[in-house]
Ligand binder design. Structure first.
Ligand code: ZN
Length: 570
């Protein structure tokens, strides 16, 4: 079956298998949802405009991701009514929101068409440009004094194209002027109808930011956005730079890095854009705020707390809002589900101007994502690997409590200057720290009356079951590597054990002491500011042995739903 001259690379049988056996549906809320029906009429109208804006952002992100995405999508849509093979290929395209991508399990990307491959620079950079040529052109442009153009080329908000023997940067507001102005119009309409003053004001700033080639406008929009704690609706334009693998290669070129740094030019990876829309859930949000209130108490309990200043210092106000959200739309970058989908997201990231100039952050928890687990598979997994007595303590909602502790954990401990000093290992150590902070301090939430003893056991059990890995983690998977470290640490210190039948048991009484120990070691690594110490710590606890092979085998036999099907109803 050919589409636009390209053969579909995946057989119809294989596509059936992907869609029916390897896909996890994620049902977003519809108009029958109580939280929607309780909205004021104006907010209902606003919500629909915002979802429509999101759909346009999917188009933008597909263009950023691959130069063939939009054309191949259109051709698949044309062919789908007359071909089941094309219809199934279209389904996979929609699930990845692109022609190719990783599925989180296979080490190579899944490609829908023969001959259409991904690029390190996605579509941010010319797809026929190698890393060597990129570096050569940048060096030549610097030698010719074209510093200001190079600065734009290496900024987070430009599409880069060839210009004779050189490169030129096109600001997103220009490259996507048609889409951005449509989105801005929809935001203005939503601003008109919403009943919430702060939300109205934010949407106004955000609409302006989409129309002007000016990073200050993004900063102002971000600062307004991060202050929203009590608005009925959730709307986010996410800008995250994890997809571009071209810009960062310059960091490995010592000569070019030095030339750039001498000129004060920063290397920033390109932002992939996304839009998230939803309704703030008041009950869930109340729980989040209880956890937040407790953070100052926890800061005092951190190991070596006298040796560093924490951003939740006593007396200081944490510039952090947090909301639990029922989702109506995940678009653009959020829809590019390639293996994983996140259950919470704290923005803006550190590279953004609003953070650099003292703005706050907003953490949004995704209810429909966290409630989408495969219950039947979970039961089978427990039967295969966990002693019966502990099954009662496995509870998805308890994982949510762990995630709250994790997100808050990032705000505790040594600051980012310590974290970043660990170089290649910084993410693994920091994600490991956030996990460990969460679990170590769970008993403190019991003392404070925020959760009870049973919930504590559920958090422990659910977390430990999540440490049963499906495959050996790669160095590029900091969260999974952290899981392996925790598992090995707990096993070595007797907080967990396996019986003769390969079934897991948990020693609840021993956990607090063992967790304190790993937290102490982790903080010591961050305080050392030494990549060697970080590597030593990781190597010591990331041994992959027979028990891991056994667990991974069971996991794989149960099947892995590595594709996500986000189902929107607005
Ligand atoms: Zn994290």
């Amino acid at each position: 079956m050919q589409i636009n001259g390209y053969e579909i690379a995946i057989s119809e049988n294989k596509l059936d298998e992907i869609i029916t056996e390897q896909t996890l549906p994620i049902e977003l809320i519809g108009k029958d949802f109580a939280g929607y029906q309780n909205l004021a009429e104006g907010d209902k109208k606003a919500l629909q405009y915002l979802v429509n804006a999101g759909k346009i952002m999917t188009d933008v992100a597909q263009e950023q991701d691959h130069h063939m995405n939009r054309i191949m999508r259109r051709e698949l849509e044309k062919a789908a009514p007359n071909s089941t093979h094309a219809a199934k290929a279209l389904k996979l395209f929609q699930m990845m929101s692109g022609v190719e991508g990783l599925n989180g399990i296979d080490s190579k990307p899944i490609e829908i068409f023969e001959g259409i491959h991904g690029f390190a620079g996605r579509n941010f950079y010319p797809h026929d440009m190698s890393v060597e040529e990129f570096h050569r052109i940048i060096e030549q442009m610097l030698n010719e004094g074209k510093d200001s153009e190079v600065k734009k080329i290496l900024s987070a908000r430009t599409m880069v194209r060839r210009n004779g023997n050189e490169l030129k940067a096109i600001d997103y507001t220009e490259y996507f002027s048609k889409e951005f102005s449509e989105i801005a119009n929809l935001l203005e309409l939503a601003a008109h109808y919403t009943t919430d003053e702060l939300f109205k004001e934010y949407l106004g700033w955000q609409a302006q930011a989409l129309l002007q080639n000016n990073e200050d406008m993004d900063m102002l929009a971000d600062k307004h956005w991060a202050q929203m704690q009590n608005t009925p609706l959730e709307f986010t334009i996410s800008r995250e730079n994890y997809d571009d693998e071209m810009s960062g290669t310059i960091c490995e070129n010592a000569k070019l890095s030095a030339m750039l740094s001498a000129r004060g030019i920063e290397i920033v990876a390109k932002d992939m854009l996304g839009i998230r829309v939803g309704i703030v859930n008041p009950e869930g949000t109340k729980l989040l705020l209880k956890f937040k209130d407790h953070m100052k108490t926890l800061a005092a309990l951190m190991p070596y707390s006298e040796r560093y200043a924490q951003n939740v210092a006593q007396g200081g106000e944490l510039k952090q809002t947090m909301v639990d959200v029922d989702l109506t739309a995940l678009c653009g970058d959020y829809a590019q589900c390639r293996g994983a989908i996140t259950t919470a997201q704290n923005l803006p990231n550190n590279d953004k101007l609003s953070i650099k100039t003292g703005g706050g952050r907003r953490n949004v928890y995704h209810r429909q994502v966290r409630m989408s687990g495969d219950k039947i598979r979970q039961k089978k997994l427990l039967d295969a690997l966990v002693q019966k007595d502990f099954h009662q303590y496995f509870n998805e909602e308890a994982e949510h409590i762990f995630v709250i502790g994790h997100e808050n954990g990032h705000s505790l401990g040594p600051d980012s200057s310590y974290q970043n000093a660990l170089g290649l290992y910084k993410h693994t150590i920091e994600e490991n720290k956030a996990d460990v902070v969460s679990i170590t301090f769970m008993p403190e939430y019991v003392k404070a009356g925020i959760i009870n003893e049973t919930t504590l056991k559920e958090v422990y059990t659910t977390w430990i079951v999540r440490l049963l890995l499906k495959s050996k983690p790669q160095p590029s998977q900091p969260h999974r590597l952290g899981d392996l470290i925790h598992f090995n640490f707990l096993l070595e210190h007797g907080a967990i054990a396996f019986d003769g039948n390969g079934k897991l048991s948990i020693n609840f009484a021993k956990l607090p002491e063992v967790m304190h120990k790993i937290l102490e070691e982790t903080i010591a690594v961050q305080l050392s500011k030494s990549p060697e110490e970080a590597k030593k710590f990781i190597d010591k606890y990331s041994n992959w042995s027979d028990i891991h092979e056994h667990i991974a085998k069971v996991q794989q036999e149960l099947g892995i739903k590595c594709y996500k099907d986000i189902r929107m109803h607005f």
